[in-house]
Design a protein around this ligand. Sequence first.
Ligand code: GAR
Length: 196
Amino acid sequence: MSDRVRTAILISGRGSNMAALAKAAEKPDFPAQINLVISNIPEAEGLQKAADMGIPVAALDHTHFNNRRTFDEEMQKHLLANNIELICCAGYMRILSPWFVSQWPDRILNIHPSLLPKYKGLNTHQRALDSGDKEHGCTVHFVNEALDDGQIIDQKTIPIAPNDTSESLAKKVLKLEYPLYSKSLYRVAKNIIASK
Ligand code: GAR
């Protein structure tokens, strides 16, 4: 398919969601292709995974920039140079500047390990346990200027077992994240193609 949506994935670490998206996008009928992976952490494990999958990568060390905006401007140069149309944050642990978000309305997706609007931010699994929740899960949403706040695209729920720990929940939720994110990217990319 030549009109597949050119997609970049932003990561900061392990990159297992990135790899799952890239694998899904290898299917010939998938409406998005992964054209670039950017990490703000040069040592991120996910960069090597992406390179091994034949995806162009960019390592941009955020500590070399004075502020969020100048870092995001550099990221924007890479995205534009690669004709990117859609961005997926996948374990990208850096807040995007309002300027950057304004450049990509309805074109940035994020996966978050909680049932938003519950537990925005960090330590989501422990917070779900501490609150005595019976259910937990993950959410894919569009990114807006507020943290973990944009329009929800899809969610997946699992029950919390009495013996669950933060670690066991993290593992269980991660397994749900891969198919949920792929399905969401599929849907959003289809809509972009339909609106072209
Ligand atoms: C995933 O669980 C993702 O939902 C979470 O970090 C993990 C990254 O794993 N993201 C956030 O917490 C974003 N606020 P991965 O690097 O193996 O995909």
